[in-house]
Write a new protein. Structure first.
Length: 149
């Protein structure tokens, strides 16, 4: 029975590691083509247009994304090929053209956008994986002691 508990704990740790490895992390920089509450399409610096899915865990800028905004998109590529946004950051100091059209004239104003939504790129999933592994080992050790008494 003890071997079965240890084997189950080891299998759980391997499963968690495999699930963590199934998502590939990426970053893209480019210009917003379209934006909605469920997705954002960005034309990357190499000219490729990509659509990223926004979910409830995605960290978005406080201001609404506009067409032409320069952004950095951090995303996870899931096993099905979907690219899910983890964070979108508007590049500070980007000149964004805002065009206003009236019946007689067209005026273009250039504004500089800035944001305080920048975070350090130091976060990683390893501490969570370590915590779950430690909890699994702790649970296995607790069960072992419980069975002995």
């Amino acid at each position: 029975m003890k071997k079965a508990i240890l084997a189950g704990a080891a299998a759980l740790m391997l499963l968690i590691g495999a699930l963590e490895a199934s998502a590939q992390i990426g970053t893209a920089k480019g210009t917003v083509v379209t934006s909605s509450t469920t997705s954002v399409t960005v034309k990357t610096d190499d000219g490729v247009q990509k659509t990223y899915t926004i979910d409830k865990t995605s960290v978005m800028p406080t201001a609404t994304l506009r067409v032409g905004d320069r952004v950095t998109v951090d995303y996870n590529t899931m096993t099905a090929g979907d690219m899910v946004v983890t964070r979108v950051t508007v590049v500070p100091g980007t000149n964004v053209a805002v065009t206003t059209t009236t019946p007689s004239t067209t005026t273009t104003n250039y504004s500089t956008t800035s944001t305080n939504d920048t975070y350090p790129d130091t976060a990683s999933p390893e501490p969570l994986l370590l915590l779950v592994s430690a909890l699994g080992l702790g649970a296995a050790a607790g069960l072992r002691r419980l069975r002995r008494s």
